[in-house]
Design a binder for this molecule. Structure first.
Ligand SMILES: Nc1ncnc2c1ncn2[C@@H]1O[C@H](COP(=O)(O)OP(=O)(O)OP(=O)(O)O)[C@@H](O)[C@H]1O
Length: 345
């Protein structure tokens, strides 16, 4: 759906400070999809809620050259669509009326709003549930209504907080395809909080990594996946990453080393020689991973972090690789990628 051009479309520019919770700067051009990733409690939801006007903040939020913070606009005065984790559908309105609500509040006549709303519900395969109240829907169905509602009014800013969480795989896949189709034509800015590397890699043009209330990294999904700067992202993309010179400060100038779990050699005795990339510690967990067995090893000084190593099922049995077993890990120099952190943009 395209919106008539009534104002400049320049995207999002925001600087957000929420005491003790978040300090983040974000810019996103029109039509871009920014995946926001980071561990639990990092500040991702706070970022979205601050943009929506639901959290007290200092700084500024500018969308398509309009300031939403100076003077402060109420949530309902911000043209945004959001799906928060609690879904927050209006309990007394039917699914159809929930989706039509945003359109009507932007002066679309009721009949027309309901037609558009029905189209969205049909697209998400829940058209037959239009007359149900949220309390009569399953969690997954309510989530689809919430996503339909967020998209239907063609907002300037779309905020999706883990929209696929808790859905079964088939439904999530269908929604992803539908959402990707919609986002391809959407001229506003989308922020998508996700714990899924697939979402970040397939739906987003940019990734913003939030860690401990700060932006730890930002870049294209390919850049971030290839050169992760946080352990959390390394895990999401299935890599090991080690920060060199711990304690020497972080961010710009810091050097990182990354390598794949399959490049790690696991032995139960200290390997001969003095390989530069060698660690030692007990196995924390063992799990199947595709055709391999993936070990998580809690390495000791000086790295003191968990590293992944893939071994064949045969080797796992032969070497008795079970949790608690002490092992040595080593990696050849040629398998290690070394890079420096750029300043987060
Ligand atoms: N209403 C609140 N009042 C005070 N602190 C809060 C409030 N909501 C969240 N926090 C704190 O702010 C920090 C960031 O929380 P936030 O919900 O933004 O994290 P998140 O990255 O979205 O995490 P998750 O992935 O678990 O949803 C956490 O330390 C959290 O405990």
């Amino acid at each position: 759906m395209t919106r008539p051009v009534t104002r400049p479309v320049t995207g999002l520019e925001a600087q957000i400070h929420v005491p003790d919770r978040l300090d983040a700067t974000i810019t996103a051009p029109p039509g871009s999809v920014v995946a926001v990733i980071g561990p639990n409690g990092a500040g991702k939801t706070t970022l979205l809620r601050a943009l929506a006007g639901l959290v007290e903040m200092t700084g500024h939020v500018t969308v398509d050259t309009e300031s939403w913070t100076d003077p402060p606009r109420l949530v309902r005065e911000r043209h945004l669509g959001f799906v928060f984790q609690d879904r927050s559908l209006f309990p007394h309105l039917t699914a159809l009326a929930n989706v039509a609500f945003g359109l009507q509040s932007r002066r679309t006549p009721r009949r027309a709003a309901e037609q558009v709303a029905q189209g969205w519900l049909d697209r998400f395969a829940i058209g037959h549930l239009a007359k149900r109240l949220p309390g009569e829907l399953s969690g997954g169905q309510a989530q689809r209504v919430a996503i339909a509602r967020a998209l239907a009014s063609d907002p300037q800013l779309l905020l999706l907080d883990e929209p696929f969480a808790g859905l079964d795989v088939g439904v999530a896949t269908g929604l992803r395809i539908e959402l990707a189709r919609h986002l391809a034509d959407y001229r506003g800015v989308t922020l998508l909080v996700t714990h899924d590397a697939i979402d970040a890699l397939t739906l987003a043009d940019r990734v913003l990594v939030v860690d401990e209330g700060r932006v730890a990294q930002s870049g294209s999904p390919q850049e971030v996946a290839a050169r992760p700067l946080t352990e959390h992202v390394a895990r999401l993309v299935g890599l090991n990453v080690i920060r060199d010179g711990e304690g020497e400060g972080e961010g710009e100038g810091q050097t990182y080393r990354s390598f794949t779990p399959s490049s790690v050699t696991v032995s139960v005795h200290r390997p001969e020689g003095s390989a530069r990339h060698q660690w030692h510690g007990p196995i924390a967990s063992v799990a199947p991973h595709g055709d391999a067995v993936r070990l998580l090893v809690a390495t000791q000084e000086p790295t003191r972090q968990e590293l992944l190593a893939d071994v064949t099922p045969g080797a796992a049995t032969e070497l008795g690789l079970t949790p608690g077993r002490e092992v040595w890990l080593s990696v050849k120099e040629t398998a290690v990628q070394t890079y420096a952190a750029d300043r987060p943009r």
